[in-house]
Design a protein around this ligand. Sequence first.
Ligand SMILES: N[C@@H](CCC(=O)N[C@@H](CS)C(=O)NCC(=O)O)C(=O)O
Length: 195
Amino acid sequence: MYTVIGPVKSRTLRVLWMLEELGVDYDHQPASPRSPEVRALNPLGKVPVLLDDDHTFTDSTAIMTYLADKHGELTFPAGSQERAVQDGHTGFLLDEFDACLWTAARHSFVLPEERRVPAVKDSLKWEFERSQKQFAERLGSRKFLMGETMTIPDIIAAHCGGWAVSANFPISEPIFRDYFTRLRSRPAFLRAMER
Ligand SMILES: N[C@@H](CCC(=O)N[C@@H](CS)C(=O)NCC(=O)O)C(=O)O
């Protein structure tokens, strides 16, 4: 039995969504980032954390990769050429979408107040718009980034789409908006959101 730790309104949603897609049983403890419960498992205080028997795993991408490999779904097999392409999409999304949104969050409410530089957000919004164009080129007319098969980077991209909307980052690419709206209407996503 898996236990997922972290609130739905965080990157924990990626793991909850994946487990719902896999149709696997799990417990969910919505402990807050930096809470004593989370720090006891991850000294950085970051979520998500996954408990699997005696093992503790951190980082949403590492956890999703573990689950996808273990269950043989939502990924191409390790060592395949498709997997290298898939991992390239994952890297792009972490560098260009996640990092941008996370830097904005740091300068809004994560860093100590005296260390925040709110003006950086204008530049990040510009970068995010540019990255959406690059995303649209990657996706083309495909259903998912890897074609007909939904994989880990689709979960990251669609999670970042919703994150961008709630952080007031403009969605400038209709292709990106249509894509993440479609993914976020999947029954597994809606079940994860109900947590
Ligand atoms: N790369 C990590 C980032 C984890 C992370 O920063 N999580 C946020 C919530 S979405 C957090 O716990 N922040 C608390 C902090 O940075 O102190 C992942 O993908 O899991």
